[in-house]
Design a protein around this ligand. Sequence first.
Ligand SMILES: *Cc1c(COP(=O)(O)O)cnc(C)c1O
Length: 410
Amino acid sequence: MNTTPPTIGGVTIDEICNLSGTPVYVYDADVIARNVRRLHAAFASIPARFMYAVKALSNTAILQLMKQLGTGLDTVSIQEVHRGLRAGFEPREILFTPNMIAFDEIREAVQLGIHINIDTISVLERFGHEFGNTVPVCIRINPHIMAGGNERISTGHIDSKFGISIHQMRHVLRVVASQGMHINGLHMHTGSDILDADVFLQGAEMLFEIAENFPDLEFVDFGSGFKVAYKPDDIATDIEDLAAKLSERVIMFNSGRERPVEVWFEPGKFLVSESGTLLARVNVLKQTTATVFAGVDTGLNHLIRPMLYNAYHHISNVSNPTGTPRVYTVVGYICETDTFGWDRKIAEIREGDILAFANAGAYGMTMASNYNSRLRPAEVLVYNGKASLIRRRETLDDVLSTEIEIDLAP
Ligand SMILES: *Cc1c(COP(=O)(O)O)cnc(C)c1O
């Protein structure tokens, strides 16, 4: 029987919990580094650049790790832009891909020297009016490719609010010509669940065709959509297969151009999902007529993906890894239906045990809230075999700090 205690990045779970308490998000820097290197290796034959999507996991220590690993950043709000700058990125290493925002944010990003990506014709017009050809700009195209099974995370379909429809290219070209704009990039991001290379290749064909209109193009950005396996039998994007096929096509495209384009990607989930584990303690075991509930000291306020996207996260009992497997329904402590997993086979759970929720690096902490006035989790990064707190646990004072009491005297 294997009796070595469970570890993350070589550090025992006990040591991590002693450092931070529970609940805590733990990230393994080695896993992130491995994923970045895998992308660099797969696309080594073309000028590729990886702009990490900050919204997946935005802690400053993670951004600094990305900087060290040589990624740029893809940002979707001016606050994410500032996060990136504060973490040490140069403005030219940051792409701003906003949707439905006030023009003030775009103007601020321009003043900061950030790459701008525009996804609406009226905004493009306004941008041209204000900056003419003095500020290069990238255009986000919606190629109307339906990618992935989940409607909520698919952005390329016909009803999507994202991007400028590929059917509006004539209009775009007229705006660009009449304002004398400098278009330096073309972009698409069709969603976060692309299974096979064909969707990318199809999108690439469309972008390359449009690219013929823009001689000053510096990059073509294929967004993300790299699928990660959450369940053991899930299919993940075959990065090497995609890279081989796409690189061949890019080399062909560039050979016919005076100015070769760089190829950008914006992976979020792919880089950080597997690196993250949410650790929580079992507060209560509750036998009902239907099942045995294991109730933990976390909930949908900390990891909303199971409830929001019906996402699967593998759950294991790291306090009793060799215990006899039994069937449990793992639920959170929020007053709301708050289920992490139904009918899961987990090594026998005792009150006080620590459960690990796998694949929680992406869209975990960044979507956490203070619902039920609960405090958000701490975050720990394991780097070079050492665990460090990268966000302390919140206090009630933190949560109340922006509230203002008024005089309710009648
Ligand atoms: C969310 C987002 C990404 C990252 O998607 P993942 O599925 O996490 O890889 C990339 N680009 C844009 C524009 C996004 O909105």
